[in-house]
Design a protein around this ligand. Sequence first.
Ligand SMILES: CC(=O)SCCNC(=O)CCNC(=O)[C@H](O)C(C)(C)COP(=O)(O)OP(=O)(O)OC[C@H]1O[C@@H](n2cnc3c(N)ncnc32)[C@H](O)[C@@H]1OP(=O)(O)O
Ligand SMILES: O=C([O-])CC(=O)C(=O)O
Length: 368
Amino acid sequence: MDTKEKYVPGLAGVVAAETEISFLDTEQEKIIIRGHELIDLSQKNDYLDMVYLLLEGSLPDEAVRSDLKEKLMTHYDIPQNVLKVLDLLPENTHPMDALRTGLSALSGYDDDLENRSVEANKERAYRLLGKLPAITVNSYRLINGQKEAQPDQDLSYSANFLYMITGERPEPWQTEIFDRSLLLYSEHEMPNSTFTARVIASTNADLYGSLTGGVASLKGNLHGGANEAVMYMLNEVKSAAAFEELLMKKLSQKEKIMGFGHRVYMKKMDPRALVMKQSLKELCDKKGDRTLLEMCEAGEKVMREEKGLYPNLDYYAAPVYWMLGIPIGLYTPIFFSARTAGLSAHVIEQHQHNRLFRPRVNYIGNSY
Ligand SMILES: CC(=O)SCCNC(=O)CCNC(=O)[C@H](O)C(C)(C)COP(=O)(O)OP(=O)(O)OC[C@H]1O[C@@H](n2cnc3c(N)ncnc32)[C@H](O)[C@@H]1OP(=O)(O)O
Ligand SMILES: O=C([O-])CC(=O)C(=O)O
C-alpha cells in the first residue's frame, strides 16, 4: 500500500504560516508590507519608518519618528566583553559568522530573557536594532585587525551606519541611497531566513536564538550571500563585453549566476532590483562613469536571452554598495542588519500565535 504523502522539494509554494506582516502578491506584482506597497514606501519613507511599521503595525508621525531615533540611539553601544569575544575570532572568520557570534553573545546581557510577551520582544528588537550597526561593523573590523568604530550620535540612523562603515560622514544623497537599500532589504514575506527564525521561535526559543539561526541561513549564497558573490563576479572583469563573455562561460559550465532568479519571481524582475538599478544609475552619473551599470545591463541581457532569468535585489544592491565604498565582506551582514526588523516582527508573531513546527517525512530508506 502506498502511504506516501505529497512531498514538495524545497517546500515550493507550500503555505507555512498565516501572517499580518507581508505578502508577495505575484498577480498584482506588488510586495505588500502591513497593507502598504514596499516600492511606494521606498519612494516616500525611510528605514526607521519601516522599522516602526514592521514592529508597531502603522507608519510613525514626525514626533514618533524622532522618538524612535532617540530610542535606538540609547542602545548604540555594545558590551565591551562582546567586543572581546569578537576580537578573539581568527582573521579568516567570515563576517557573517562573526556577526552571528556577536549577536548570539548579546543574549547573556538581557535581564528579561525568558519574557516572550509582545512588549518585551518589541523592546528587545529595538535594543538589537540600535546595536546592529555597531555589531555589524565592529565584528568585521575586529576580524580584520582594525580598531573599533564609534557611532556619531549627531547623524541619522542610516547616516551613522554608513559613517561607521566607511569612516567618512556621508553626503545626504549617499545616505538616502543607503537608507533605501536598508528599507528594501528589511522584509520579504517567507524567505529561508525568516522561515528558519520562525521554526526556531516555534520551540519557544528567544529572539537572539531565532535571529542567530537567521544569520546562518542568510549567509548562504542561494540567499543573502548572493550579494557579495555578485560583486566578486563583477570584479573579475572590467568591461560589459568581458562580463558577457564571463557569464556565457559560466553558463556553459552549468554554473548558477549569482543575483539572478528567485523562488517567487522566476519570470520577471524583482521590483526591488529595479529601484536599486535606479540608484546605481544615480551613483554612476555622479561619478561620471557608467561602466558598472553597463556591465550589469549586459549581464541582464545575457541572462534574459540565455536562461529567461531576471535580476533579484542582490544583483543591483551589490554594485550600489561598491559605489558607496562599502567593503564586500559587509554586504551580507548589512542585509541581515536591515532584515532584523522584519525577522523580529516574524518572531514576535510566531510567539503570539505559536504552534511548534514539526513536519513529517516520506521514508525511502532500507525496508524494515
Ligand atoms: C535576496 C535573496 O535572497 S534573492 C536570492 C539570491 N540568490 C541568488 O541570486 C542565487 C542564484 N539563484 C538561484 O540559485 C535560484 O534562482 C534561487 C535559489 C534564488 C531560486 O531557486 P529555485 O526556485 O529553487 O530554483 P532552482 O534553483 O531549482 O532553479 C530552477 C532552474 O533555473 C535555473 N536557475 C535558477 N537560478 C539560476 C541562476 N541564477 N543561474 C543559472 N541558472 C539558474 C536552475 O539551474 C534550474 O534549471 P534546471 O531546471 O534546468 O535545472
Ligand atoms: O524572498 C526570498 O526568498 C529571498 C529574498 O528575496 C529576500 O529574502 O529578500
